[in-house]
Design a protein around this ligand. Structure first.
Ligand SMILES: Cc1ncc(COP(=O)(O)O)c(C=O)c1O
Length: 384
């Protein structure tokens, strides 16, 4: 199998991750609850996960980093807990995933907020001045997908934050956390939401959110926290305020190991490897007759390692099926939970076929993928 679907979930996970999950599952775990030795060991696992992630993001205070089941949950904690009121104005980028677009669309339909989308420039990239131009006295929040899971384009997040000044920026780092250095992000972003199972190399069911000091969120759910148990009022201090219920200890053990692996390798090295393969792939496929790259072509540095294509005569699903059956290549077809992006890229309703490269891919993997695409471009799908 040649796995090129790392934007969906990364594979393989480093052996350290498998070992950490198995070890944590083999022990009784009630972190932050009981006082016996295995419970304390479980608390240490959570502490390690928090410490590793705080290092990866350069967070000055570990306690402002909370764990959630995935980035969708983290984004919803902010969007629902930030205290948006009818009449408030929220700006977002145009390459948002449904994990922000659906909550924002629901608020809009229910008259809760006025949601405005910033379109990309002719080159498909977002411009900081277009965010600034849309600010008005009612603007409360800017939501930004850091990197598109369709086009791979990387938003100029720091420049956008500089352009919007004091308005809080919520960054969806699903496609960037673990794939590029981000150790200065806590110096300027306001909320950083991440998922554990993609670039961070952890298991599914893990994710989190970093929250700038001074920003308060009303918890989406409250309950047992292992702290202040005498009170019927849920604690208001972090991380307990946003972590009700028993933590996913074995998942976080795996996430701690995945992030530990990345810190040892170095995020520069991860980024260089992924970009080298991506540029090689883009350069090889750009001249394939009938093939269109959806997003930045070769030479653009502001991108991540995800490349979507449309091939004349092929539906995105037929192409993905032919890649799997003929070459053992796994990609994702369709709309990638990002209909807004496909609208802006004129790839509705069929979507595109997405090749997403991870740290464990090799040059041979992308060579085979480029060769497979050029062979298929010369054929008609068998169903046609
Ligand atoms: C940009 C972006 N945001 C959000 C998500 C949602 O991730 P999860 O399903 O882990 O919550 C994804 C996953 O595909 C994504 O690519």
């Amino acid at each position: 199998m040649i796995y090129l679907d790392n934007a969906a979930t990364s594979f393989p996970k480093p052996p350290e991750v498998l070992k950490a999950v198995a070890e944590a599952l083999a022990a009784p775990a009630s972190p932050g609850r009981s006082g016996h030795a295995p419970a304390l060991a479980a608390s240490r696992i959570i502490h390690k996960a928090r410490k590793n992630l705080a290092r990866l993001l350069g967070a000055p205070d570990n306690s402002r980093l909370v764990f959630t089941p995935n980035v969708t949950w983290s984004l919803n904690i902010v969007l629902n807990g930030f205290g948006l009121k009818p009449g408030d104005h929220v700006i977002s980028g145009s390459l948002e995933h449904n994990s922000t677009a659906r909550p924002l669309s629901r608020f809009q339909r229910e008259g809760q907020v006025n949601w405005e989308v910033v379109p990309p420039g002719p080159d498909g990239l977002l411009k900081p001045e277009d965010f600034k131009a849309r600010l008005n006295p009612k603007t409360r929040l800017v939501v930004l997908n850091h990197a598109s899971n369709v086009t791979g384009s990387l938003a100029p997040a720091k420049a956008i934050k500089e352009a919007i000044g004091d308005i809080p920026l919520l960054l969806d780092a699903a496609q960037t956390a673990g794939s590029m250095p981000m150790d200065d992000y806590c110096q300027w972003a306001d909320f950083i939401a991440f998922t554990g199972h993609k670039g961070l190399l952890g298991p599914t069911g893990t994710g989190g959110l970093w929250i700038r000091e001074g920003l308060d969120l009303r918890p989406l759910s409250v309950g047992g926290s292992g702290s202040r148990s005498e009170s019927l009022v849920h604690p208001d201090f972090l991380p307990d305020a946003l972590e009700p219920g028993t933590a996913n200890t074995h998942g976080l053990a795996g996430l701690a190991a995945g992030v530990g692996f990345l810190l040892d390798v170095g995020l520069d090295k991860v980024r260089d490897h992924e970009m080298e393969l991506t540029q090689w792939f883009l350069e090889r496929i750009i001249d394939i007759p009938g093939l269109k790259i959806i997003g930045p072509g070769p030479g653009v540095k502001e991108r991540v390692a995800c490349v979507s294509v449309v091939l004349d005569g092929w539906s995105s699903s037929d192409l993905a099926a032919a890649l799997e059956s003929g070459y053992g290549i796994m990609v994702r077809s369709g709309l990638h939970c990002a209909p807004l992006t496909h609208q802006f890229m004129n790839t509705m309703p069929g979507g595109a076929s997405r090749f997403s490269i991870g740290y464990f891919n090799t040059l041979d993997d992308v060579k085979t993928a480029a060769w497979a695409l050029s062979e298929l471009a010369a054929k008609k799908p068998s169903r046609a």
